[in-house]
Ligand binder design. Structure first.
Ligand code: SIN
Ligand code: MN
Length: 273
């Protein structure tokens, strides 16, 4: 099993206990600036992978741009990120999804309480939740700009509030807008939060967190003047690829070859602890 530099052996134990993990490395300032300029430009393109907010039309997210942008492609191969994913999943991984969620100042809309694995199981046929989200803050994520909020330990409860009958809409837009197709009810989320607490995944630009596909999470509207761009790479175990996914490639990658780790002179992760 590969060990990410600076990742202690108990990282996996802590991740599997709580469903999230704060990496002890962070992207440096120069790398953040390069990525920030790149994703800002990509977000201005008009193509299916670039999704707008329902209200106002600001760019909400970019999906799958590692497939057409060289800097994003280099990011997914960084040895520290691949090593962390492999440490947490226990074997080789491939890139299942790549996205940037923007949360523009004042306009960025909430993500209701949900579990990512509900989408990946129900829509794509992912066999097990043996994937991991690596979340990289490209802007300072703070209490005021709608940071990701997780309910620690909720990933161990399995999928919650799945509809009894088949609700597949066939429209992937229901998986990327503020009206998500699979949500955890507000009542249940309130009960779980009271029982298990909540954790805000905040930190300066460059901060890296990992979180489990089944953890219950949400984020609020961005009512602040600060953008909150969050880049999310989902690595999946190569043994856990869906057999016959139907959604577009930019939401569920067909390329299940293990990621080949490789450093890139434009992108540097530094130890922060
Ligand atoms: C967010 O960007 O706040 C939500 C991300 C997610 O649900 O994966
Ligand atoms: Mn999610």
């Amino acid at each position: 099993m590969s060990q990410a530099p600076g990742t202690t052996l108990d990282a996996a134990a802590r991740y599997h206990e709580t469903g999230w993990y704060a990496a002890d490395f962070s992207l440096d300032h120069r790398s953040v600036s390069a990525l920030r300029s790149r994703i800002t430009a990509l977000g201005e393109q008009r193509r299916p992978e670039v999704v707008q907010e329902k209200e106002g039309g600001a760019t909400r997210a970019i999906h799958g741009c590692h497939a057409w942008d060289d800097l994003c492609a280099a990011l997914v191969g960084l040895p520290e990120l691949v090593g962390l994913a492999m440490s947490l999943l226990g074997g080789p991984v491939y890139t299942y999804q790549f996205k940037v969620n923007f949360k523009q100042p004042y306009e960025g809309a909430a993500w209701p309480w949900h579990q990512d694995y509900a989408f990946w199981q129900e829509e794509d046929g992912m066999p097990r939740p043996d994937a991991v989200n690596i979340a990289i803050a490209l802007d300072h994520a703070h209490e005021g700009n709608g940071p990701l909020t997780v309910i620690p330990g909720s990933h161990r409860l399995g999928l919650l509030d799945l509809p009894a009958s088949d609700t597949r809409t066939g429209d992937w837009r229901d998986h990327v807008s503020s009206d998500l197709a699979y949500t955890v009810s507000p009542d249940r989320a309130a009960r779980l939060s009271a029982e298990l607490g909540t954790e805000l995944l905040v930190g300066p630009a460059g901060t890296v967190h990992a979180f489990h596909p089944s953890i219950v999470h949400s984020s609020t509207d961005n009512l602040s003047p600060d953008r909150r761009a969050l880049l999310l790479i989902t690595y999946n175990a190569v043994t856990n690829a869906p057999a016959a996914p139907a959604r577009p490639d930019f939401l569920v990658s067909r390329d299940i070859a293990p990621v080949t780790p490789g450093a890139d002179a434009r992108l540097t992760l530094r130890q922060v602890r």
